[in-house]
Design a protein around this ligand. Structure first.
Ligand SMILES: *Cc1c(COP(=O)(O)O)cnc(C)c1O
Length: 224
């Protein structure tokens, strides 16, 4: 099957405002497909596995901003911290501390998003709203000088029920507003609301997303 990446990118870009960041999710797709998207001006890409990401980073242009979007084990943090632009999937206090520790060693500040677990099924990962609240209420995170909290990330349930998707995304959006008002009212850089994938990014835009993570709508189906 021939996938017209440039055409797909244009279609997706047409559907999202300029203010929303398009993260092209290239996991399981070959380097040549990333090159095609790059040639069409795409600079932000997302990957979910450390090894695959590291290979692509070596082979591809330096000005790509790589986002990590998979479950990140603490023993993989060290490998990606030197080059990662954003880790979207911080799902535990332990992981946040490890990113801070590894980033401190090389004097970097790494942008991160806290991953929320809102969907009923799907992922085992992410903070419940209450666990996220209590982590932030503790305020120890303010001592972590080498991570920068840039916002929140979530995946809606993988269902056809648009109302359920919208309900989950609006819950995340309301939660963002709560956290923003409580801890980041003076911090303009706490601003990202990363929700929306190929099948639901248009709903996500209606639910105040600032960052959509789109894979198959750009690169076609993944072959695992
Ligand atoms: C794979 C993945 C995506 C992209 O999924 P598509 O349905 O291909 O757009 C987005 N976010 C996360 C966290 C993913 O793992």
């Amino acid at each position: 099957m021939m996938i017209d990446i440039a055409k797909n990118l244009h279609l997706v870009r047409q559907n999202i405002p300029d203010t929303v960041c398009l993260v092209a999710i290239s996991k399981f797709h070959p380097i040549e497909m990333v090159e095609q998207a790059y040639a069409d001006g795409q600079r932000v890409f997302g990957e979910s596995h450390e090894q695959e990401l590291s290979k692509k980073v070596e082979a591809l242009p330096r000005d790509i901003q790589w986002h990590f979007i998979g479950h990140l084990q603490t023993n993989k943090v060290k490998a990606i911290v030197p080059y990662i632009a954003m880790i979207e999937t911080v799902d535990s206090w332990k992981l946040l501390c490890e990113i801070d520790k590894q980033a401190a060693k090389i004097d970097r500040i790494v942008n991160v998003l806290l991953e929320l677990h809102i969907a009923e099924e799907e992922s085992k990962y992410g903070f419940t709203l209450d666990s996220c609240r209590s982590m932030l209420a503790d305020e120890s995170w303010k001592n972590l000088k080498h991570v920068h909290l840039s916002g929140l990330m979530m995946m809606a349930s993988n269902v056809d029920d648009i109302n359920l998707i919208r309900t989950e995304m609006m819950l995340a959006s309301d939660f963002f507003d709560e956290i923003k008002a409580t801890y980041f009212a003076d911090d303009d850089s706490f601003k990202e609301r990363s929700w929306g994938m190929s099948h639901d990014y248009q709903i996500a835009i209606e639910c105040h997303s600032t960052m959509v993570r789109v894979g198959s709508a750009i690169f076609g189906p993944r072959v695992y």
